[in-house]
Ligand binder design. Sequence first.
Ligand code: GLA
Length: 402
Amino acid sequence: MKRSLTLLVLAAGISTGAHAQKFDGLAATPQMGWNSWNTFACNINEQLIRDTADAMVKLGLKDAGYQYVNIDDCWHGKRDERGVIQPDAERFPSGMKALADYVHSKGLKLGIYSDAGATTCGGRPGSRGHEYQDAITYAAWGVDYVKYDWCDSKGLNSVGAYTTMRDAIRSAGRPMLFSMCEWGDSKPWEWAAGVGHSWRTTGDIYPCWDCEFSHGSWSSLGVLRILDKQAGLRKYAGPGHWNDMDMLEVGMGMTEDEDRAHFAIWAMMASPLILGNDLRSMPEPTRRILSNKDVIAVSQDKLGVQAWRFMASGSLEYWAKPMADGEWALMVLNRGEHAVALNYDWKAHQISDDLSKREADFKKTTFNWIDVWSGKLGDTSKKLDAKIAPHSVLLLRLKARG
Ligand code: GLA
């Protein structure tokens, strides 16, 4: 009797997905794609999603590595009488399955958005109490990515709520990348490596260099403010579980130098690269920034180690990222308002990383470098002479001489 009871309990556990694991093999490198929120907020529809998928292919962004086309908040209609969530019939008249089929036909993947609470941040139906039903619905539509927000979460336990959705996704059976968006409130880096493929580390981003924009009870943060909140988090990130610094604001009103710096910082920090601009009307300089193959290689390096700041002096910060095959990336960030002339002696600065146990000793080894923005080449046997404009970065990729 006791044995059959145990079996029953075990069977129930399996069928509800208890002890489930997240899907492995997703986000082996930080996910790359686009999301509707930063530009369009609630003003979205199926045509926009189709056009964005088209643009992603046409502009070479798919070839550059961008893969996910993510619908953020406000796609929802109501739940039907059985509780099944329906898309907004006016904005998404063809339904989500048709949209997923279209996005897939372009060789891309579709992402969707929900919330752990009963309502989303935009006041639409959230997944609370419908987690398994929603995961099954998304899987049936052919969704590949679920961003899961944290509005209306009063009384919810974040570990429980996110683990429930992870289990729901697992038992729905379709590999869907699980992008956790609880803003770093409960330190997800400490507990979520087995739950999500990425977790937001902060509140929302704002397209400015170093400002905070108040919404009353909360504020969104500029690029440097978000960067500064990453202190101490690098050890928690790695293949399949990334610190998410929020979606990109490249092409959203900052200067070109700031856009380049923002993109480089996100790549160095191995944050997901989720575009937030309108791809249908993207100016060429923005397109060039977002498809820079060296910056993307830094982001997508398979070692999956986040950069760290190894030195700071005046307005400059020096960041290093160890990469696979003995490569390194080095970023010099000028946070300040004035250009700074650099005369950097490589040999005086050995770089040594406690986390990855990698080191670069420029006295012993000479590295060739390429400046990813200008294409300029050089090597570490000579001092590095450069002028770093305000609000900009110098980003170099280093390869040991063979
Ligand atoms: C929160 C999230 C944003 C976005 C909006 C949608 O603010 O952090 O990324 O998804 O909700 O309402």
